[in-house]
Design a protein around this ligand. Sequence first.
Ligand code: RIB
Length: 294
Amino acid sequence: MKVLTIGSMNIDHVYSVDHIVQPGETLTTGSMNIYLGGKGINQSMAVAKAGAEVYHSGMIGKDGTLFLEACKEYGVNSDYIRKINEKTGHTIIQVDKNAQNCILLYGGANQCLTEEFVDEVLSHFEKDDILLLQNEVNLLPYIIDKAYEMGMQIALNPSPFDDKLHACDLSKISIFLLNEIEGGQITGETEPAAILDKLQELYPEARIVLTLGKDGAVYAHKDERYEQPIFKVQAVDTTAAGDTFTGYFLAGLIDGMAVPDILRMSAKASSIAVTRPGAVQSIPYRSEVEEALK
Ligand code: RIB
């Protein structure tokens, strides 16, 4: 079983700030670093670092060659990444003294997928392979419909949540991996238990992983429910914590692990990621996670 991510690649410009800049304010920053990120590639890297076979697909500009090198370094297949005449997606990320962030996202090449490109990529995959999606590329409704027709299992991290997701047929999703805010936006509920109840009512066959920040994560599938607290650490940068969780969760499922063990491994992986700056580079390898769990 292979994992294919059709997802974003962003060059993250990360500024350390005292507080998140307010409307009308000019704020002098501390350090500025450039990292490889984007929810799509972060999640592909997490799947790979957790030990599963993963293919990443998406678009970059001429300024995006570093992503191809990183794929090689971390063991992500990059055969279906296309270079086009556009700027690679980028972000401006502020990280405050409490390690909280806020992100401005310029889609660039991530928003240039075509139906012909998607069809070509999907033709290399088959029934039961897993397609991992986020909401940082265009054509999501088309991609979901095509992959569903093929019988692929679709895992969706509906992040960042926006109106475009309303055009997607979410009944075709096998696995939702989302945070409380996204869960609230889909269901109209605010309490985690109510969000889970509503998601299960809407999508009774789907597995649901709801992350709750400092309150950990909860999982629901049919009659099963599990809770996973966080591992407390001194965070320096929470960017890609959710992506790490998502990648590790999928890799654990592919390994056939029991769900409580997958949740524990994913939470530990995220707790390590937040102790390091950046996105792709902050995601730990499986060996580090297993060592830390001992
Ligand atoms: O989830 C973290 C990612 O979100 C960052 O790497 C940034 O690129 C944004 O897409």
